[in-house]
Design a protein around this ligand. Structure first.
Ligand code: HEC
Length: 176
């Protein structure tokens, strides 16, 4: 384990040096790797669940799992950056995910290009960004009542887009 960590460090340090030598070109700055489903499952869904946690449970009472190293936690709430800080971080991840929903070239899992030019797409993306920032501010106040309001706002943003482009009888019809 220790040896892997050291190797990683050396590799990262080497990357740092070459990054200094050459600024990324405009083309390298934005790249699409995931389809829309993968982006949702990998980024938006886990972050939203962390934000939603604060509706029913007080993040301030979450403790690291006994016997588990918080630095290796798979649940942000029990990690080194746990408790309310995990809610803040997940809220920021959601706000930033709005940018990922607008990078040109992303397709849905059925190969249909994501309808990013549709004004409703931009509207739902703006709603995710603003709900994310509102969740961040609410988490900073450590106020669960505010988190309940914000969670409503967030799930409305998710649901609006899903109603329009995801919830079809067959996956082949998504995003059309
Ligand atoms: C701008 C539109 C849009 C917004 C906003 C959006 N989604 Fe999605 N979501 C989609 C589309 C379109 C799909 C289907 C993508 C595909 O099939 O590739 C999807 C798929 C998903 C999936 C995967 C479903 C499956 O079949 O496995 C999850 C999970 C998900 N979204 C969660 C969320 C959450 C949570 C939010 C809010 C924080 C959210 N989404 C906001 C458009 C959106």
């Amino acid at each position: 384990m220790l040896r892997t960590g050291l190797t990683l460090f050396v590799v990262l340090a080497a990357c740092g040096v070459s990054a200094l030598a050459q600024e990324p070109s405009a083309n390298e700055a934005q790249q699409v790797q995931a389809n829309m489903n993968q982006l949702m499952r990998g980024v938006l869904y886990p972050a939203a669940n962390v934000v939603f946690f604060a509706q029913a449970d007080d993040p301030g009472t979450v403790k690291p799992i006994p016997g588990n190293d918080p630095a290796m936690a798979t649940d942000p709430l029990t990690s080194t950056y746990g408790g309310w800080q995990a809610i803040e971080n997940a809220a920021m991840a959601l706000a930033e995910s709005a940018n990922l929903l607008l990078i040109p070239g992303r397709a849905c899992s059925n190969g249909v290009p994501a309808p990013m030019k549709d004004p409703d797409w931009s509207k739902f993306v703006r709603e995710v960004r603003s709900a994310g920032m509102n969740a961040y501010k609410a988490a900073q106040t450590r106020n669960q009542d505010k988190m309940i309001e914000i969670s409503e706002e967030l799930s409305t943003a998710c649901a609006g887009c899903h109603l329009k482009w995801r919830n079809r009888r067959t996956p082949a019809d998504r995003c059309k």
